[in-house]
Write a protein that binds this ligand. Structure first.
Ligand code: KIV
Length: 270
């Protein structure tokens, strides 16, 4: 298999893509094998999301995953990737306490995974943490709107920033992240009109998930778009495959072949 000879995606490449109106593609990955496929396919950004807490570890929320676990997933992904920009989520509880702790968490991610950037959820509340991480030369991706690490504050996963007050705060936070020097911002589950307004108001790329088409790029959770997860069907999710059923079919066939002594056959032995 030939790897497409394309230059490595950097934060500068993403800035150029916004300037020329080329959409940015981002998907999550948490392991070597999947990350390799995404990279070969030509994805621009791979997010080692803390959604690993849900889809890899089976927790109900993103809160339980630890920094050590994120580092394990991040390093596995980085070993597979030649072209895409790899961004790793700072997990819940590793950056909100104080900016020194945030910097130490970000440094561990950069040193121990080899990733190129970190992502943090929030705006004004975590300003000092973002500043300190950026001042160490670590690129930061922001994340506004539905921020799953705050699910116990929201109480539900419904669309955020529908009312004027929350929409204005989101706009202020997006402008702040831009001014602080973040290189991009994820906008999750907000009205498309607001996402468009934010995208036009800031210079850094916006990457939407449930934020309409007038953003600079799109992100989905890999396991959702491949149909590996079945219980989660928000309106914004387009399923490109039904891998749960495909894999189940293959396993049923394997069980059948072993039980009936069809596998292994004469050619499949030594
Ligand atoms: O953790 C994650 O997968 C994310 C995406 C939903 C943006 O943050």
């Amino acid at each position: 298999m030939n790897f497409p000879t394309v230059k490595k995606v950097t934060t500068h490449v993403l800035a150029e893509m916004k300037l020329r109106g080329e959409k940015i593609t981002m998907l999550t990955a948490y392991d070597y094998s999947m990350a390799k496929i995404l990279d070969y396919a030509g994805i621009d950004v791979i997010l080692v999301g803390d959604s690993a807490s849900n889809v890899m570890a089976g927790y109900d929320t993103t809160l339980p995953i630890t920094l050590d676990e994120m580092i394990y997933h991040g390093a596995s992904v980085v070993r597979a990737v030649k072209r895409a920009l790899v961004v790793v989520d700072l997990p819940f509880g590793t950056y909100q306490g104080n900016s020194k702790e945030a910097l130490n968490s970000a440094i561990r991610i950069m040193k121990e995974t080899g990733a190129s950037a970190v992502k943090l959820e929030g705006g004004e509340e975590i300003k000092e943490s973002i500043q300190r991480i950026l001042s160490a030369g670590i690129p930061v991706m922001g994340h506004l709107g539905l921020t799953p690490q705050s699910i116990h504050k929201f109480g539900t996963y419904v669309v955020r920033a529908r009312d004027d007050k929350e929409a204005q705060k989101l706009m202020n936070d997006a402008i702040l992240l831009n001014e602080l020097g973040c290189f991009a911002v994820v906008l999750e589950k907000i009205p498309a009109a607001l996402a468009e307004k934010v995208t036009k108001s800031i210079k850094i790329p916006t990457i939407g998930i449930g934020a309409g088409k007038a953003v600079d790029g799109q992100v989905l959770v890999l396991h959702d778009m491949l149909g590996l997860t079945t219980e989660f069907s928000p309106r914004f999710l387009r399923r490109y495959h039904n891998l749960f059923e495909e894999i189940k079919k293959a396993v049923i066939q394997y069980i059948h072949d072993v039980k009936t002594m069809d596998f292994p056959n004469d050619k499949e032995q030594y």
